[in-house]
Design a protein around this ligand. Sequence first.
Ligand SMILES: N[C@@H](CCC(=O)N[C@@H](CS)C(=O)NCC(=O)O)C(=O)O
Length: 291
Amino acid sequence: MTESSAYTPPKIWKWEAQGGGAFTNINRPISGSTHERELPVGKHPLQLYSLATPNGVKVTVMLEELLALGFKGAEYDAYLVRIRDGEQFGSGFVDVNPNSKIPALMDHSTEIPTRVFESGAILLYLAEKFGALFPTDPGIRPECMSWLFWQMGSAPYLGGGFGHFYNYAPERWQYPIDRFTMEVKRQLDVLDRRLADNRYMCGEEYTIADIAIWPWYGALVLDRLYNAAKFVDAESYTHVLRWSKEIDRRETVRRGRMVNRAHGELHEQLRERHDAMDFDTKTQDKIEAVA
Ligand SMILES: N[C@@H](CCC(=O)N[C@@H](CS)C(=O)NCC(=O)O)C(=O)O
């Protein structure tokens, strides 16, 4: 960094207009709701409030996987939460997730409705509820748990660190980009070594560890995240690429990626999902053609 860009912190940090990054106008140093707004509730047991970011996609892929496995109790209504408009600070959303971040889930099939927030907790909750996509064998389960929590601890360096400074910050500064690129490449190498000897993250079976990791690291190497595949030399992580492409071919993943999507191709956007038929009839291209 040059001397002119060096920063001398004041004794106590104050919340003032911040420097113009992509999320400046929704970031605040306090939690809680900013406005009253009830959440809609549909007809299914599971109510999802989300957006098709990598964290959101984990849950919609999981739900589509469960439905494909025949678990009717996994039927869900998915409502769109526009985080750039601050909808995560509505009172109803904050009641489901006091941390004001998507994804958030309400399970109305329990005697008292159950709230679950944090994508990793939601994946684990659903896996345990339906007894699927997570090994029960005590010889494998701890390893699988480790990879699930590896994702929860690692992805913030990819999203909040690398993605922020490479893609969202008002300018590109070398220091943070070097620091977080180094870490992301180290993480890709961790995955690559694991996937060199294993078809999926936990071995031969596709599990919630893959469902958690793929939307971030798969998207990165498939060049769907921050336009950065070349920058991180994604091609060199051959095992991560092989695994990413294999998961990308799943029909459930194609469906899950469409739900709560409000960007990109209109025929790939199913902004709200209330029925399996919606994939055929309610994508945004069809809605706009009627309008
Ligand atoms: N650790 C959380 C992270 C969730 C998260 O960061 N969600 C982002 C979108 S990907 C969000 O809602 N951001 C809105 C905000 O920060 O105000 C999880 O895995 O669920």
